[in-house]
Design a protein around this ligand. Structure first.
Ligand code: SF4
Length: 122
């Protein structure tokens, strides 16, 4: 017999779907101790109850927390909201530097320098 609680969720009951994200407990001692991050660079600090409600599809659509998750692309509403064009634009902006040339050049002309400039790797 299973000791773990098992929760079955009918597909119709889900009014939102999860988008890919990571989470990590930060051990800061604050109430919102869990950091959520998305592929597009968005982040949020949440507490245990909020993360549980998010993952069990228990969020109420009228709450500010739900709207925040929607705006930051942690969730989306199938049929009502297509987040992928916005996410693609965000991702393209974040990685735009890959199409630029180098922004900084460092020349190491000697490894025998007696100065201690803080920015120098010598
Ligand atoms: S420590 Fe300063 S002076 Fe020496 S090589 Fe680096 S930048 Fe030049």
């Amino acid at each position: 017999m299973w000791d773990l609680p098992v929760r079955l969720i009918a597909t119709d009951a889900k009014h939102y779907r999860l988008l890919p994200f990571r989470f990590m407990r930060m051990n800061t001692g604050h109430d919102r101790d869990i950091l959520l991050t998305s592929d597009t660079g968005e982040y949020m600090h949440v507490n245990d109850a909020q993360l549980r409600a998010l993952s069990y599809f228990d969020l109420q659509a009228s709450t500010p927390f739900y709207k925040d998750l929607l705006a930051r692309h942690f969730i989306y509403e199938p049929g009502r909201h297509d987040p992928f064009p916005e996410m693609a634009a965000q991702y393209r902006s974040r990685k735009d530097f890959l199409f630029q040339g180098p922004a900084l050049h460092l020349f190491v002309v000697t490894l025998r320098c007696n100065h201690t400039c803080q920015y120098c790797q010598v």
